[in-house]
Design a protein around this ligand. Structure first.
Ligand SMILES: [Zn+2]
Ligand SMILES: [Zn+2]
Length: 302
């Protein structure tokens, strides 16, 4: 009587969809063992084809070190920043505001201590970004295509996660007893202009960046795989630009600049002294939610 050969050792419990773990186990097997396998399950024989062990493609991507995606992220971020600045300052009203900020910044930068603080903050930011871009970012981004709504969800998730943790850090650490002294450097600006976005203690620069950059792996972990490199470049662009824009002096209380005017005057209210609200930096949603929203301040001159 013919007796079937003993089945090969079972490799994995069959799932309706292969997981990242399946793929890692599959990769660790010798090539000769990657062909079809017999698997017993509930006293029946199930053929697990090679196709079922193929790399997951439907939203369960493995977290691999994708340096090309990370490079595309950096190139997109720099490209959008340069092109965006070029286009934005073709608008006469915005160029006029820029000149007002530059004139005020020139006076502040004439002080050696101010210049050195800005330089120290910039250097800290550069090093923190570089370390993150080389070590963590390639594990969190990929080129995998996805529908438009998923791009939007990824961008919003990263920005809202960051803004939540930044709100708590700003309110309870920077304005609390622990880091109040560190944060007071930034609060020397009572009527902030562009350069005050960079007039930040290096420790505060590091913490702020750490919170934003940390939101990317956090969102990737929640999504169960890497996020899209281009979506993350846009999220980072929004983060860097809003953080800078909210410190600029803008006096354009008319259409179509009303939102821009409001963003800047809301953060200016936070800078009046260190006892005011408006602790979030991207959206006022958390200040509204937790009752720390302060009214905007109107400024006629920087
Ligand atoms: Zn503050
Ligand atoms: Zn500020």
């Amino acid at each position: 009587m013919h007796r079937p050969e003993a089945p090969a050792p079972m490799m994995a419990i069959r799932r309706s969809r292969p997981s990242c773990a399946d793929w890692l186990i599959f990769q660790s097997l010798p090539i000769s063992n990657r062909s079809a396998r017999l698997q017993t399950h509930n006293s029946s024989l199930t053929l697990v084809s090679q196709a079922s062990l193929a790399p997951p493609t439907d939203g369960e991507e493995p977290m691999t070190y994708d340096w090309q995606a990370a490079l595309a992220f950096v190139a997109t971020l720099i490209g959008l920043t340069v092109v965006g600045r070029f286009l934005v300052f073709r608008i006469p009203a915005l160029q006029q505001m820029r000149e007002l900020n530059q004139a005020a910044d020139k006076g502040k930068l004439a002080r050696k201590r101010f210049r050195e603080a800005v330089k120290a903050s910039n250097n800290t930011g550069l090093i923190t970004n570089l370390v993150f871009y080389v070590t963590i970012l390639p594990l969190c981004v990929s080129f995998a295509p996805r529908p438009l709504w998923q791009h939007l969800v990824e961008i919003l998730a990263v920005l809202l996660i960051f803004d939540f943790f930044y709100y708590l850090t700003h309110r309870f650490l920077f304005h609390g007893p622990i880091l109040r002294k560190v944060h007071s450097l930034h609060h020397q600006a009572h009527t902030p202009t562009y350069i005050d976005a960079l007039y930040v203690h290096p420790l505060e620069t590091f913490i702020g960046l750490f919170l934003f950059l940390g939101s990317i792996p956090l969102a990737a972990a929640a999504a169960g795989g890497p996020l899209n490199a281009f979506s993350m470049a846009i999220a980072t662009l929004v983060f860097t630009q809003l953080n800078t824009i909210n410190h600029t002096f803008v006096n354009l209380p008319r259409f179509p600049y009303k939102t821009l005017d409001r963003i800047t005057s809301i953060h200016a209210a936070h800078h009046v002294d260190m006892n005011r609200g408006n602790f979030a930096t991207l959206t006022m949603g958390y200040d509204w939610l937790f009752g720390t929203l302060e009214e905007r301040v109107d400024r006629s001159t920087p």
